[in-house]
Design a protein around this ligand. Structure first.
Ligand code: CMC
Length: 443
């Protein structure tokens, strides 16, 4: 539980009848205080209007802290750059789930648990075969992960901490297998079973890239690069997919259904789907001389086109995740022998030009995590359609950590936002033969 304290009540002048409302103000361990508006209607006779929830804290959480102005990202208090430098992904999973870094004995036991839950029920293979080969792997993952509930109906008591822990471990362990199977299915290649002698990242690479007819060993540089990406994408407080996990979880739905909802949210091009979009945009630009043309489109407010991999709701400075990945990008491409990739040169030039462009400067639009993760995923040999599935693998621990935190929080109630109604006021029903005279032409 966080050390959140109550401030003395603060008077906020928002009553619809002109009366100020007296609301408690909550003080987090770091970050700005928050007015507690739960009694706003009772006190002031009005609700709060905040579409997209940009100003609203939807929960208390002790997992991840983001300071968008200064570009800070902490998991359980530890800076992201230190974690990438010094920890393994499985260690980070323990940290996010349990609040502290594991001891050597705890890590050994946890690694064993995760490693020994990586296989999926053979019946799942039949579910894959129901999909078209050209299905997007995120569509396959939404379906397959939701279907997991059908295999574990004996472990779905969400108020039993043991059931919750087992479900969390299962999801973290099986997600790489599920993502890799979606890839193999799209290629028409046999599924590759997980290997318990490999690390989490090596095992994922092995399931993605090995075939039964020849030996495969993931390059050490590729495993290190993937490990860094997994850590960087493991959690990001109340982002859209984690909020989807919490929203669905608040109905007391099972964790597999909640995770399927989170995967669906992650798929969107404004969220995790942006990493696939970055590569599409770079391919569309093609050469450095076409950058001004694409920037003109991005800056035209009448054109829905957005420059993928730029901008963030919270970060109004350089995304700290992009900063870590940017530093590593050259190192990784060097190690993988891809330093001369013209796409990297194009990406660097695109970054340079946007950082000097008034439109991007005024709006504080910087490269985000998806800009560099897309480039690194490509260097690992993944096709763009597999970037977001691997992001989903990494983010699963964040989703389940938040879900566990929410279920254990006595303040949790079903999410049920309000709305600003703009439809007609109550009116009398008109008989069908008289309707034409009453309504504007529709349809
Ligand atoms: N390209 C061009 N213009 C942009 C972009 C962009 N990528 N991002 C924001 N803007 C403009 C936007 O048009 C608006 O301009 P104006 O004030 O003239 O109307 C202004 O910047 C503010 O943008 P916003 O849409 O109000 O910001 P938001 O907080 O609602 O959206 C965002 C955040 C991430 C959805 C948005 O920046 C975006 O669409 N970026 C591209 C998609 C992307 O890279 N997403 C990955 C986000 S990070 C990882 C993750 O979540 O998975």
């Amino acid at each position: 539980m966080s050390a959140m304290r109550h401030f003395a009540s603060a008077e906020i002048g928002i009553g619809h009848n002109g009366n100020p409302a007296k609301l408690p103000v909550l003080q987090p361990t770091i970050g700005p205080p928050m007015a507690d508006i739960r009694k706003l209607y009772r006190e002031a006779g009005c609700y709060a209007y905040d579409p997209a929830l940009g100003q609203t804290g939807i929960c208390r959480s002790a997992i991840t802290y983001v300071d968008g102005e200064s570009g800070v990202l902490l998991y359980r208090g530890y800076p992201i750059a230190d974690l990438v430098e010094r920890c393994s992904y499985v260690e980070i999973c323990w940290l996010l789930l349990n609040g502290e870094l594991p001891t050597a004995a705890q890590l050994e036991r946890f690694t064993h648990d995760i490693t020994h839950h990586t296989m999926v029920n053979e019946q799942l293979h039949a579910i894959y075969r129901g999909f078209r080969r050209d299905a997007h792997p995120m569509a396959v993952m939404c379906g397959v992960v939701g279907a997991l509930a059908a295999f574990y109906h004996d472990g779905l008591d969400i108020f039993d901490p043991l059931h919750r822990m087992i479900a969390s471990h299962r999801l973290i362990a099986k997600m790489p297998t599920i993502a890799a199977m979606a890839y193999k299915y799209s290629l028409g290649q046999p599924f590759v079973y997980p290997r318990n002698d490999l690390s989490y990242a090596e095992n994922l690479l092995n399931m993605l890239f090995s075939v039964p007819c020849e030996a495969y060993r993931a390059p050490a540089a590729a495993a290190r690069a993937l490990e860094a990406l997994l850590i960087i994408q493991a959690d990001h407080e109340q982002n859209a997919s984690t909020s989807a996990m919490r929203l669905v979880g608040s109905t007391r739905a099972n964790p597999y259904a909640c995770t399927a909802a989170a995967i669906a949210a992650l798929w969107g091009p404004l969220h995790g789907g942006a990493n696939e979009g970055v590569l599409e945009t770079l391919a569309e630009i093609g050469t450095v001389d076409r950058i001004p043309e694409i920037l003109r489109r991005a800056k035209d407010n009448s054109d829905p086109f957005r420059l993928m991999g730029f901008g963030h709701r919270v970060y109004k400075s350089y995304d700290p995740r992009a900063k870590v990945l940017r530093q590593r990008c050259y190192e990784i491409l060097d190690a993988l022998g891809q330093r001369d990739d013209p796409l990297l040169a194009l990406a660097m030039e695109l970054e340079r030009v946007t950082l000097a462009d008034d439109y991007f400067i005024e709006r504080k639009l910087y490269p985000n995590v998806d800009f560099y993760s897309g480039i690194i995923f490509r260097a690992l040999g993944l096709p763009p359609a597999m970037f977001t599935p691997v992001f989903a693998v990494a983010r699963t621990v964040g989703w389940v950590a938040h879900w566990n935190e929410m279920i254990a929080d006595p303040e949790t109630r079903i999410f049920r936002p309000r709305q600003l109604y703009t439809g007609p006021v109550e009116r009398a029903l008109v008989a069908i033969d008289e309707r034409a005279a009453h309504q504007p032409l529709v349809g």
